[in-house]
Unconditional design. Structure first.
Length: 318
């Protein structure tokens, strides 16, 4: 028998979400189903008063109805640590405002609130750079500001992906071949003429079979992934960039990748993550606001949010 707990959420404006594919919404539906009072916040609702995080929070009711999926109840000003659990589900950009928000959340965590994911881990686990801890399961990768290093990487691998370190949804991801007449300007644009770090990875042709999103809860994978297939003439599987999703069972290689990454996620307090896998390679570890719950639930009759809420209850019981 699950015990209700007070559940806060920090997210982007709920009026703008697409509920048929919003994982935060799936989590809120499950929390409400369990009788949890839900308190809604945006970044601007948080403040720090003499070392304590205070929030203007609105009571939230959700409904799986595209005609009207939320209603607000009372608004109260309260310490964030008055809540048992806070879901940090603000989408990137991962900018300094995001970093400052994690510092505020950390003050609630220090006073006993379970913040999912742990604020320090959100700061440490850049979704592109975090793959460096697992290079044995990643494609050849370069992170640099230096034009000559990108040029040499492209010449070595002939066909590469270039991308910024702070993007999401497939934004500003370029496929560059050795003879591409635009490669210099692409490198200059991504690195802002050598003033910003960017990433290059060897192109993985298996992207035609999809960029698999594997959901990992406290180090353990959901047994199915959403393979996001690029649209015609595109190299990006991101659903936000026009890709389409199909369900696939995890392969043995997928499971080995999770076995490599999962223990570190668990150790760092990352309860909910999304691994991006193309072919046999890990390409990203998403920890800020990974998605695909709704699609996998619908395809396979799952309730991934219930698994997450069970995990949260276990953490609260310790």
């Amino acid at each position: 028998m699950s015990m209700p707990f007070s559940l806060g959420v920090v997210m982007d404006p709920i009026a703008t979400i697409k509920i048929h594919k919003d994982s935060t919404f799936a989590m809120l539906l499950e929390g409400q189903r369990r009788g949890c009072p839900i308190w809604y916040m945006e970044q601007s609702d948080l403040a720090l008063h003499d070392g304590r995080c205070i929030a203007s929070m609105r009571e939230l009711q959700v409904s799986d109805d595209p005609g009207g999926w939320f209603t607000f109840g009372e608004t109260r000003i309260a310490t964030l640590d008055s809540l048992d659990v806070v879901l940090m589900r603000k989408d990137p950009p991962f900018d300094m405002e995001y970093v400052y928000t994690t510092y505020l959340l950390e003050q609630a965590q220090a006073r006993g609130t379970l913040v999912v994911n742990r604020p320090g881990a959100l700061r440490d686990a850049n979704e592109k750079l975090y793959t460096a801890w697992f290079s044995e399961v990643c494609p050849p990768t370069l992170v640099s500001r230096r034009h000559a290093e990108f040029t040499a990487f492209i010449d070595t691998h002939q066909d590469v992906i270039l991308k910024p370190l702070n993007g999401m949804g497939g934004a500003s991801i370029f496929r560059v071949r050795a003879g591409d007449p635009n490669r210099n300007v692409i490198i200059e644009t991504l690195t802002a003429h050598g003033t910003q770090f960017s990433m290059a990875q060897r192109f993985i042709p298996e992207i035609r079979d999809g960029d698999k999103r594997i959901i990992v809860i406290d180090g353990e994978p959901v047994p199915y992934a959403l393979a996001r297939i690029p649209g015609a003439g595109d190299h990006r599987g991101n659903l936000a960039a026009g890709g389409s999703g199909i369900g696939v069972a995890l392969s043995d290689k997928d499971r080995r990748i999770v076995e490599t990454v999962g223990p570190r996620l668990r150790e760092q307090g990352i309860l909910f993550a999304g691994l991006d896998v193309i072919g046999d390679f890990l390409t990203e570890v998403n920890v800020t606001s990974p998605t695909c719950i709704r699609e996998l639930d619908q395809l396979y009759g799952l309730n991934i949010s219930a698994t997450l809420m069970d995990c949260i209850e276990q953490k609260l019981a310790v």
